[in-house]
Design a protein around this ligand. Structure first.
Ligand code: NI
Length: 183
């Protein structure tokens, strides 16, 4: 296990489309997952995508802590989920604004429009297909992480740049920002 270096906005690995993983259960993928888990825990992040550790492959991991999910409808907490070759489909056109941060954009937060409800699927490290419907924070985390696989960082999704700033400045004005800064 190893803590990996996290790429920051401006590095080309964060701007490219990541490649599909052909052998989901390969030892090298297992090792990458173990190292990413350690990296995500060390950074206290809610999620991490492989391009953020300089590996341009379609692999994400995330968790939805109980205090972040509203608990209503499909916005439910989720334990640690590792998804290989994930696909996200919006369920309806509705979007909601919410605060996001990113380990690749350290110290910053922004309010980002995301689809309110989604369906997503992908493979677990054992090669099992997972399919879930999610809304709220759960849906937001999945969209944020999967965007990394297509070279998209959250500031590129923002529609109101007045809601982008340094976390410590924004926290004084918006209490809910505090948690987002660590994602
Ligand atoms: Ni991110």
């Amino acid at each position: 296990m190893a803590i990996l270096k996290i790429a920051r906005m401006g590095h080309p690995v964060l701007r490219q489309r990541a490649a599909e993983i052909t052998d989901v259960t390969a030892p090298a993928i297992r090792q990458l997952i173990a190292d990413m888990l350690e990296t995500m825990e060390d950074a206290d992040g809610a999620g991490l995508a492989a391009p953020q550790v300089h590996v341009p492959l379609r692999l994400v991991m995330f968790h939805v802590p109980a205090h972040r999910a509203s608990g209503t409808g499909e916005d439910q907490p989720a334990g640690l989920t590792v998804l290989i070759n994930p696909v996200v489909d919006p369920l309806g056109p509705e979007k909601a604004m919410g605060w996001e941060g990113c380990l690749s954009v350290p110290g910053m937060v922004g309010s980002v429009p995301r689809f309110e409800r989604i369906q997503y699927r992908g493979f677990t490290p054992d090669g099992q297909l997972v399919q879930r419907t999610a809304s709220g924070f759960h849906a937001r985390v999945v969209q944020h992480e999967c965007d990394h696989l297509d070279g998209i960082l959250y500031p590129m999704r923002m529609t109101d740049m007045s809601l982008f700033g340094f976390a410590d400045e924004m926290t004084r004005r918006h209490r809910e920002v505090e948690e987002a800064a660590r994602d």
